[in-house]
Design a protein around this ligand. Structure first.
Ligand code: NAD
Ligand code: AKB
Length: 317
């Protein structure tokens, strides 16, 4: 098995690379990104290739040279950045995915790519959002994510490409900072709580969104890719979630560890508008039934871990 991860220098990729190298061997997992500096740090434990996923010839050479059989395609533009530069988001999220799907078809490779809670919109039921439901997103990120889900389904049905994917909620982690999304507050809040004991949140105190801690997110990707294909009815875009909370609730949880911590609010209308159009909590029973999805971390366990890791890091620096 030879694995390629695009967008490997990003929030999820930088940790998925290590998890995959631990599992399949360092030399069998190739990291690729257009962020050369961050990417080269990944070359300490295995191969790194500079590569723009929208460029067919560049990506073809990487896939051919390394004999790639499995692709984790993570390169993308996230929701807040996408809303500021919709043309870039369309190019990377759609043309980049198209290039990777074409190469997966040509080289008979399987392909995992994440969709998002962003693939839903204001007309989607917001509570216990079903696996199969109305998807009319109003952000460019959402438009690219729902189009990507359909394109992956098409490549499976038409060409037999083994495409798989999940709809990730906001991912919380402590290795690489998030890349410009609407759920980034739930990462920033921990860093600021440790460093400054205060955080100014760009979403309203009662904005509920689905979230997940990084170890569960990595586990979801690997578990889905290792599942026997015959068990999958949905294949792409499985709802997966671990917890749903608001800024007020996460700040209360942090106060259990740092009682003097204070949260303030300065609402960003663009990100608030996006958050208001996303589910408050998803129904992920299809993933649980079809491939045994089950998260380990809830808000309490994640907060304990985030605070312990970040305290140690900032105290020793
Ligand atoms: P990120 O923004 O942290 O990382 C994306 C990476 O892609 C960056 O390292 C960037 O340099 C790279 N990139 C951008 N354009 C590229 C191009 N043209 N060619 C090659 N690389 C390019 O994103 P992430 O949070 O790691 O997200 C990974 C995937 O998971 C994305 O598809 C995202 O939509 C999805 N997702 C993420 C979250 C989350 O909370 N992090 C939630 C839902 C879905
Ligand atoms: C974002 O906020 O854009 C991402 C996501 C939920 O897709 N974190």
């Amino acid at each position: 098995m030879k694995v390629l991860v695009t967008g490997a220098a990003g929030q999820i990729g930088s940790e998925l690379i290590q998890a995959l190298r631990d599992r399949y061997g360092n030399q069998n997992v190739v990291a690729s990104d257009i962020n050369r500096e961050a990417g080269e740090k990944l070359s300490g434990s295995g191969p790194f290739e500079y590569g723009d996923c929208t460029r067919y010839e560049v990506m073809k050479e990487i896939i051919q040279n390394h004999g790639i059989t499995t692709i984790y395609h993570l390169a993308a533009i996230l929701s807040a950045v996408a809303e500021n530069n919709p043309q870039l988001a369309w190019n990377v999220n759609i043309n980049g995915l198209y290039v990777m799907l074409e190469l997966a078809r040509e080289f008979n490779s399987s392909l995992f790519t994440p969709s998002s809670i962003g693939a839903f919109g204001p007309t989607t039921p917001r509570n216990s959002t079903p696996q199969d439901t109305i998807q009319r997103p109003t952000s460019m990120y959402g438009v690219t994510k729902v189009s990507g889900e359909l394109l992956c389904d098409y490549y499976y049905q038409k060409f037999g490409v083994d495409t798989r994917g999940v709809r990730y909620p906001g991912i919380i982690s402590n290795v690489t900072l998030p890349g410009g999304g609407t759920t980034d507050y739930a990462v920033e809040i921990y860093y600021e709580a440790i460093r400054n004991k205060t955080y100014t949140c760009f979403l309203k105190e009662d904005s509920y969104l689905d979230m997940m801690y990084m170890p569960d997110a990595l586990n979801a990707a690997i578990l889905l890719m290792e599942t026997d294909s015959k068990k999958l009815k949905h294949r792409n875009a499985f709802n997966v979630t671990a917890m749903s909370f608001s800024p007020k609730e996460i700040s209360r949880e942090i106060q259990k560890h740092i009682p003097e911590f204070k949260i303030k609010y300065h609402i960003d209308p663009i990100r608030q508008g996006i958050a208001d159009s996303w589910p408050k909590s998803m129904d992920d029973s299809a993933a649980r039934m079809e491939w045994g999805w089950s998260p380990y971390y809830d808000l309490e366990k994640m907060t304990q871990d985030m605070i312990a890791v970040l305290k140690k890091r900032f105290q020793s620096s």
